[in-house]
Design a protein around this ligand. Structure first.
Ligand code: ZN
Length: 275
């Protein structure tokens, strides 16, 4: 496996960099297309793997050439080929955002390609989890488990079993600490401030990216969540402040900002190496 990684590493020469970056964008668009399937089906508890794509209005099977990320939406002008029912433009924007964001990560990573698989996985999971939580108020366990297991798989593939243990411990420790906060917060406030879906997602992010970065993301998301709650109360002119925000969207935003800027914070990443 290590030899294979080195072989592909040699392919990533400066001359081939534009090709690599273009491939990353296309790959991101395909991932975004799959995230759309997750966003639509996971809250309905439908399989995201073992059912072919179909129109949600007329049920017509969507053929492969009508299922090309970004292009098909533009060619069909966001409508079903069979019944002409309009599709939500969200499909297009999720694909474009994921492609563009993956490209940004690849540019930020520079020659440090090894960080990209886990960053792509973390980004994909928080994009889907964020949209689903904002719309439905849940974070599907499948997304969280995928990220946690992927975080263990990446070091395992290169035979780095110490790395597997560190990632497992990072996720477990983070889960225990946040679980204490969640239970204590519920006792003190008398209502759920930090849901179990949030606790599990943040723990998976700790396994994927380290304890300290996950702590930054938790704090940033909390501050943004409180600010968002106050802002909503002001706009809606409500006298009582509801802290019952759908936190997944804030976790997603904080993680996406962190992944994009982490590389440029050398002191933070050196500290993170201790965990
Ligand atoms: Zn249709």
């Amino acid at each position: 496996m290590k030899d294979i990684l080195e072989f592909y590493g040699q392919l990533l020469t400066p001359e081939l960099r534009p090709v690599f970056l273009a491939a990353v964008f296309v790959f991101g668009g395909c991932v975004g297309s799959f995230l759309n399937v997750c966003i639509w089906r996971m809250p309905l508890r439908e399989s995201v793997v073992f059912a072919p794509s179909h129109c949600t209005k007329c049920g017509a099977h969507i053929r492969w050439f009508d299922n090309i990320p970004l292009l098909s939406y533009l060619i069909l002008r966001g409508r079903c080929r069979s019944c002409r029912a309009p599709y939500s433009s969200r499909y297009f924007w999720v694909e474009l955002f994921t492609g563009g964001y993956f490209l940004l990560l690849a540019v930020a990573a520079g020659s440090d390609h090894a960080v990209l698989p886990l960053q792509f996985a973390a980004a994909g999971v928080v994009i889907a989890a964020g949209v689903i939580d904002v719309e439905h108020g849940i974070i599907p366990d499948k997304l969280t488990w995928f990220l946690f297991l992927f975080a263990l798989l990446v070091p395992a593939l290169t035979g780095d079993f110490y790395g597997v243990a560190v990632r497992f411990a990072s996720g477990a420790v983070f889960f225990i600490v946040l679980a204490v906060f969640a239970v204590a917060g519920r006792k003190v406030a008398g209502r759920t401030a930090l849901g179990w879906g949030d606790v599990k997602l943040l723990s998976a992010l700790a396994a994927a990216g380290g304890v300290l970065p996950a702590l930054y993301v938790t704090i940033a998301a909390s501050l943004a969540g409180v600010a968002g709650g106050i802002g909503y109360a002001l706009i809606a002119r409500r006298r009582t402040l509801s802290l019952q925000v759908r936190f997944g969207g804030f976790i997603a935003a904080a993680e996406l900002v962190w992944l994009a800027v982490a590389k440029f914070m050398p002191d933070a990443s050196r500290l993170a190496d201790l965990f």
